[in-house]
Design a protein. Structure first.
Length: 64
């Protein structure tokens, strides 16, 4: 996973958590849900990037 990918994923997770907290504080359930979704999206992208890296490593091992 590249540094840029890590930064994008972290940005989504942090922004999502901020929106979720904002929603909780203000009582805005829609904003809270939006934040949870964005946070989960960042986590999912991170896991997919890690899986892609693992697959690439396995393929490279078998090439040798």
């Amino acid at each position: 996973m590249s540094f840029e990918d890590k930064m994008r994923n972290t940005k989504d997770k942090v922004a999502g958590k901020a929106k979720e907290t904002e929603g909780k504080v203000t009582g805005d359930k829609a904003r809270e849900a939006q934040g949870k979704g964005q946070n989960l999206f960042g986590k999912a992208k991170e896991k997919l990037d890690e899986a892609a890296d693992t697959i690439k490593e396995k393929i490279d091992q078998h090439k040798d």
